[in-house]
Design a protein around this ligand. Structure first.
Ligand code: FNR
Ligand code: 8K6
Length: 351
C-alpha cells in the first residue's frame, strides 16, 4: 500500500504538490569551477520532475559558505543564469523545485574561497574547531573559526535574504533554508558549537535569534508561502549532542509555527535513530512540538513512508539516496517496479 503517497497536497494557497514525495537535497559537487550549475545538472533534475517537489542540492549563499568542492552558488549573475536553465527544465516537465540555501559555517574551508589568503577566516557562532578533515579532500583540516561579530551576523542575514531573492529570479518555486546537519544555522542552535554570552547565545531565546532572523528576512523578501526550513534537533553529524539542546528547540518550534512556513523538514540520515534527550526520534519529537506541515526523511522506503504518513507521523516524505539510484523513482513506485539499490559509487556521475 503506497497510494497515499500519490495524493496531491497543498502546502498553502500558492503551492500545490502533485504528490507527497519530495526529492531530498543531495549535494553532488558537480557545478563548474565558478560554482555555476551545468546543463548536465539541468537534465539530472528534469529527469526527477515527477517528484511532488524537488529540493535542490545545498546552494551556497556567498563564497565563505563553501565547505566542499564544486558546490553550486546563488550569488553571481552566472549562477542565477545557470539555475534558470535548471528550473526551466524542471518546470517544462511539470515539476516544482525549491533551492536549499546553505552556509557551512565552521565546516567551510578557505581552500575553496581564498586559496592565496593566509588570513582568510572561517565564520561560526564561537571559535570552536570541529576535529577532522573535509569530506572528499582529506588533506584539508578544519580551521578554528572566528566567532562572528554583530556586523558579521547582520551581513549574513542580508546575504541569506539576497540569495532567496536570487532564487526567485532564477525561477525557483521557493527556498528551503538549510538549518540542519551541523552547518551555520544549526551551529547556533546547539550548545556544542554555540558558547556565546551575548544576545546570540546562552539562553534558548538567544540561541534561536540568528536562525529566526534569517527566516524572517527571507519571509520578508519572498513570502512565508515560499519559505521552508530544515532542522536537526538531534545532533548527529558535524556536532556533539547536549541534553540542553532540547530546550532550544522547545522554544524554536512554536516560534516557527507562528511564521506559517511552507513546511518544516527534518535533517537526519536515519530516522530510526533515537535521541535520549529528545525522548525518541527526531521526527517524533518535532511532530509533538510543531503542528504544521512536516516532512520526514531518513532511511524510508515507499512502504515505510506510506505507513508513517498514514499514522500521521509526518505529512510528506523526502527521499534521498533512492532518488540518486532511480531517476524514475516516482513512476517505479507507482507501477510497483523494483528499484535499483543505491551505492556510494553512484556519486561519481550524474545519472
Ligand atoms: C545528503 N543529504 C543532504 N542534506 C541536506 O540538507 N543538504 C544536502 O545538500 C545534502 N547532501 C547530501 C548528499 C548525499 C550524497 C547524501 C547521501 C545525503 C542528506 C539527505 O538530504 C537525506 O537526509 C539523507 O540522504 C537521508 O535520506 P535517504 O537517503 O535515506 O532517503
Ligand atoms: C550532510 C550532507 C553532507 C553533504 C556533503 C557532501 C559530500 C558528499 C559526501 C557523501 C558521502 C558518501 C560517501 C562517499 C563516497 C565517495 C564517492 C565519490
Amino acid at each position: 500500500m503506497t497510494e497515499n503517497l500519490f495524493e496531491s497536497y497543498a502546502l498553502n494557497e500558492t503551492i500545490k504538490l502533485n504528490n507527497r514525495i519530495l526529492m531530498a537535497p543531495l549535494t553532488r559537487c558537480m557545478a563548474d569551477d565558478e560554482l555555476v550549475p551545468t546543463p548536465a545538472m539541468a537534465e539530472y533534475y528534469a529527469r526527477r520532475a515527477d517528484a511532488g517537489l524537488i529540493i535542490s542540492e545545498a546552494v551556497i549563499i556567498r563564497p565563505d559558505g563553501q565547505g566542499y568542492p564544486n558546490t553550486p552558488g546563488l550569488f553571481s549573475k552566472a549562477q542565477i543564469a545557470g539555475w534558470q536553465k535548471v528550473t526551466a527544465a524542471v518546470h517544462k516537465n511539470g515539476g516544482k523545485i525549491f533551492a536549499q540555501l546553505w552556509h557551512t559555517g565552521r565546516i567551510a574551508h578557505p581552500y575553496f574561497y581564498a586559496k592565496d589568503d593566509q588570513d582568510a577566516v572561517v565564520l561560526a557562532p564561537s571559535a570552536i574547531r570541529l576535529e577532522g578533515t573535509v569530506a572528499r579532500m582529506r588533506d584539508l583540516t578544519y580551521k578554528t573559526p572566528k566567532a562572528v561579530t554583530k556586523e558579521d551576523i547582520a551581513s549574513l542575514v542580508l546575504d541569506y535574504a539576497k540569495a532567496a531573492e536570487n532564487a526567485m529570479q532564477a525561477g525557483f518555486d521557493g527556498v528551503e533554508i538549510h538549518g540542519a546537519n551541523g552547518y551555520l544555522i544549526d551551529q547556533f542552535l546547539h550548545h556544542d558549537s554555540n558558547r556565546r554570552q551575548d544576545e546570540y547565545g546562552g539562553s534558548s531565546e538567544n540561541m534561536a535569534r540568528f536562525p529566526l532572523a534569517v527566516v524572517d528576512a527571507i519571509i520578508d523578501k519572498i513570502g512565508a508561502d515560499r519559505t521552508a526550513l530544515r532542522v536537526s534537533p538531534g545532533a548527529y553529524v558535524n556536532m556533539a549532542g547536549d541534553a540542553r539542546d532540547k530546550a532550544v528547540f522547545d522554544y524554536l518550534l512554536p516560534e516557527l509555527e507562528k511564521r506559517n512556513l511552507a513546511f518544516l523538514h527534518i535533517g537526519i540520515f536515519d530516522d530510526s535513530m533515537e535521541f535520549d534527550y529528545l525522548g525518541g526520534s527526531a521526527s517524533s519529537y518535532v511532530r509533538a512540538n510543531y503542528n504544521k506541515t512536516l516532512v520526514g526523511v531518513g532511511g524510508y522506503s515507499a512502504e515505510t513512508a506510506s505507513n508513517a504518513i498514514a499514522d500521521s507521523k509526518f505529512d510528506l516524505i523526502a527521499i534521498g539516496r533512492p532518488f540518486i539510484a532511480n531517476p524514475d523513482y516516482v513512476s517505479k513506485v507507482k507501477s510497483k517496479e523494483p528499484l535499483v539499490a543505491y551505492t556510494d559509487e553512484m556519486l561519481t556521475s550524474l545519472v
